[in-house]
Design a protein around this ligand. Structure first.
Ligand code: MG
Length: 379
């Protein structure tokens, strides 16, 4: 049951290349299916979320992270009367542009591009996710990219600098970058995926951090939301301990945040009464946490930044990962024929190198680094 403010597939702003409608699926289901069948989607399984892919089999990867985001976003969409298929498509595609080695890889690629060409727009993973679905996937006879609907592409381009928005608009006047100039919101489905992303990583990074031994369960009590959920778990199950206590705590954290988003969003929707998806785009962001939960979430993020993302063991591996990306960039720019012909023959060498590196899985990047430099930065 879609609400009037949801994205309705028969009111889509369409695709860049017109195609006949599918008979068996609506337009957003078709978007989702194209994403699942893409090459970039399969690569997510070997890409870092926080822990490098080879550090352990049970840590989240970009793929399992994306599936968790899709699950959270779909269940909230269903309750709110938003379009589940569109949120699923956006959630599954939102990280397609991530480099190997997570944010460290992105930062290194950005620096490398700007060092070679100071006028370069640099590297930004949201923009790269759009490039993947618009250009870099090559599997259809008539066009490059996946030719997704406007609404799916709008959700994929989550953030964008004004400068990069202008570059996108030069190629696509009035397109998905227009809202960054007009300072408007994306669809409610896109807003929901953005929040589901945060809910997902805040929860699973705690789980992975404890699994890795970098976060101690006692330490988590510093975070009020975790402490409250842990206490609630123990009230109901006084003898709960270890992993099961952690899982029950995280499960309660997820439920509390999902319930909060649904309540806060429903209240805002009732207040503003948007009568269409476009009316919702013209309003302030409607999908959000309540103020107390926003503070909980900010606290949790700060805790993870200080204790996990900046943990010496994590930064040591990300420093080496950065070196891998820098070395690969230099090696391919100096000798483009080290890349497959479709990349080596691109007219803009540096962007071709960045696209090639960004598409790599962690382990492929390490193999290439060994081959090109003869050095091993990871055992
Ligand atoms: Mg994400």
């Amino acid at each position: 049951m879609l609400q009037p403010f949801a994205s309705h597939p028969n009111q889509s702003r369409g695709r860049r290349y017109a195609e006949p409608a599918a008979t068996d699926r609506d337009e957003f289901q078709r978007d989702r299916d194209r994403i699942v069948h893409s090459t970039s989607f399969r690569r997510l399984v070997y890409k870092t979320q926080v822990f490098l892919n080879h550090e352990g089999d049970l840590f989240r990867t970009r793929l399992t992270h994306s599936l968790e985001v899709a699950q959270l976003a779909r269940s909230m969409a269903r309750t709110l009367g938003l379009n589940e298929d569109l949120v699923e498509a956006i959630a599954l595609a939102h990280d397609l542009g991530h480099t190997p080695f997570g944010h460290a890889g992105q930062d290194a690629l950005d620096e490398s591009l700007k060092r070679h060409r100071p006028d370069s727009s640099g590297f930004e993973h949201n923009l790269q996710s759009l490039r993947v679905v618009d250009e870099l996937e090559q599997r259809y006879p008539a066009y490059d990219g996946l030719n997704l609907s406007f609404e799916a592409r709008e959700g994929v381009l989550k953030h964008c600098s004004a400068r990069n928005a202008q570059r996108l608009l030069d190629a696509e006047p009035g397109g998905v970058a227009q809202r960054f100039i007009d300072r408007r919101q994306p669809s409610l489905e896109a807003q929901l995926c953005d929040l589901a992303d945060q809910v997902a990583y805040n929860a699973h990074d705690i789980d992975d951090g404890v699994r890795a031994g970098l976060l101690l369960p006692e330490q988590l009590d510093e975070v009020p939301l975790v402490a409250q959920c842990r206490a609630a778990a123990l009230r109901q199950h006084p003898r709960l301990a270890g992993r099961r206590l952690l899982f029950d705590t995280i499960r309660r954290m997820l439920s509390a945040q999902v319930a909060d988003v649904v309540a806060a969003t429903s209240a805002l929707v009732a207040e503003h009464r948007p009568d269409s998806a476009d009316a919702a785009r013209r309003l302030p962001p409607l999908v959000r946490f309540s103020e107390p939960m926003a503070q909980h979430s900010a606290h949790l993020k700060r805790f993870l930044r200080t204790n996990l993302y900046r943990h010496a063991q994590v930064t040591d591996t990300t420093d080496r990962a950065r070196q891998v990306i820098r070395d690969l960039f230099e090696a391919y720019c100096a000798d483009p024929i080290q890349m497959p012909p479709e990349h080596a023959q691109r007219p803009r060498t540096q962007r071709g190198v960045a696209d090639y590196i960004a598409g790599m899985t962690d382990r492929f990047a390490l193999r290439e680094h060994d081959r090109l430099t003869g050095r091993r930065l990871f055992a």
